[in-house]
Design a protein around this ligand. Structure first.
Ligand code: NAD
Length: 370
């Protein structure tokens, strides 16, 4: 069936309501579709859970095969945001937007202002932020139509680019996993491979070099590799070889689904901790595969929570020292997850999700008892 702009809303609603695995089973509170023919805007906003506070999550600009794929993505990502905020102890809920990229859609000022208008109609239940293919500069245009946006440039009173904070969180999580696995959180001399030296991977490589780790990097982009080799002492490894390179720690910092039935048997490391979202291709199966292989895995939504911790400061003015302290608390949370997983012989992802859900349930139950 060819989807025209006019039929978009009704098409996606009919598919969506027929597809009960996506909505009811994942427990979302609200899913909203917006379109604007003049600018070509087609967006889906998913609010997963607002028990802890307004749903916060980025707006992703991506060319999906069809609306069904976009819907699946936004439902999955918004749920992940709920877990990330909860486990990091933040008072926000989980939400996400996908802006569907069509052949000629561009993130123009009119489109972003229109998107801001739509977000404003949600009355603050959802707060938008930068994500894949959207930047702080885009947020400036969105902010012309709504105040429910974070991730604005520092110069405009925003919290700036979250990447360095995300990298710091991954670094802290890595230290916790090293403590659990090697008995020390000193990363000096540890062989660490970073797949993807973009915004987060680059900052992470710098932190690890400062900590005197032996750092290997891989990327599909030669400019990124040039930038990092110019900035610090790292060794470049071919992308297809990094996941089975002899390492202490493997850090996926590019794409999701990199831990799967094909790659997990090939891993040659003791620990996996990285920034990439949704690293497990199949959460249940791949979590078990890592457990069976005795590889310590820090769940991505916990390891990469530093950026969200920083973004939340935009809602209440917080000093940079406090942001650092909050990110450093991820160390104890990681150890807690790894210890509980070991004690119960369960995948770390499962344990971390349970902890995130338990915090939300506690608040929900308290609200019911009032
Ligand atoms: P980015 O786009 O700046 O960097 C990604 C890098 O990965 C690029 O250099 C790209 O060339 C490289 N890459 C792409 N495909 C690759 C492949 N097959 N093998 C190796 N390298 C490859 O993105 P980023 O902001 O650094 O984010 C990295 C990951 O972390 C993403 O999955 C993102 O969703 C996640 N994340 C980022 C933040 C943040 O604050 N930026 C926060 C949470 C999660």
């Amino acid at each position: 069936m060819k989807i025209t702009e006019q039929s978009f809303s009704s098409y996606i609603f009919s598919n969506y309501t027929n597809d009960t695995t996506h909505f009811s089973q994942k427990g979302h509170e609200q899913v909203v579709y917006f379109q604007d023919q003049a600018t070509g805007l087609q967006a889906i906003v998913a609010i997963h859970d607002t028990t802890l506070g307004p749903a916060l999550g980025g707006v992703r600009f991506f060319e999906y095969q069809d609306e069904k794929e976009a819907l699946r993505d936004v439902l999955r990502l918004s749920r992940g945001m709920t877990y990330k905020a909860s486990i990091a102890g933040l008072d926000v809920g989980g939400g996400k937007t996908v802006l569907m990229k069509q052949k000629r859609t561009e993130l123009t000022e009119p489109l972003l202002r229109k998107y801001g208008d739509f977000i404003d109609r949600l009355g603050g239940h959802y707060i938008t932020a930068p994500d894949y293919n959207t930047t702080m500069e885009h947020m400036v245009y969105i902010a012309k139509s709504t105040r429910h946006v974070v991730g604005l440039p520092l110069a405009l009173g925003g919290s700036g680019d979250p990447s360095e904070h995300t990298a710091y969180g991954v670094y802290v999580a890595m230290k916790a996993a090293a403590k659990k696995t090697f008995g020390t959180d000193n990363l000096a001399g540890k062989k660490i491979g970073i797949a993807g030296v973009g915004k987060v991977g680059y900052c992470l490589a710098q932190l690890l070099c400062q900590a005197q780790a032996i750092v290997y990097v891989a990327d599909i982009c030669s400019n990124r590799l040039q930038a990092i080799t110019a900035a610090c002492k790292v060794e470049v490894v071919a992308i297809e070889r990094l996941h089975n390179w002899p390492l202490d720690i493997y850090a996926p910092c590019a794409l999701g689904a990199v831990l799967n039935s094909e790659t997990i048997p090939m891993l040659n490391c003791a620990v996996v901790v990285g920034a990439a979202n949704n690293q497990l291709a199949n959460q249940g199966e791949d979590g078990k595969r890592l457990l069976e292989r005795g590889i310590v895995y820090v769940p991505d939504f916990l390891a990469n929570a530093g950026g969200l911790i920083n973004a939340v400061t935009e809602l209440k003015t917080t000093s940079i020292d406090l942001v650092k302290q909050r990110i450093e608390q991820l160390y104890t949370i990681c150890l807690d997850v790894l210890n509980q997983a070991q004690a119960t012989t369960r995948p770390t992802q499962e344990v971390a999700q349970e902890m995130a859900i338990a915090r939300i349930e506690k608040i929900k139950n308290a609200q019911l008892c009032r």
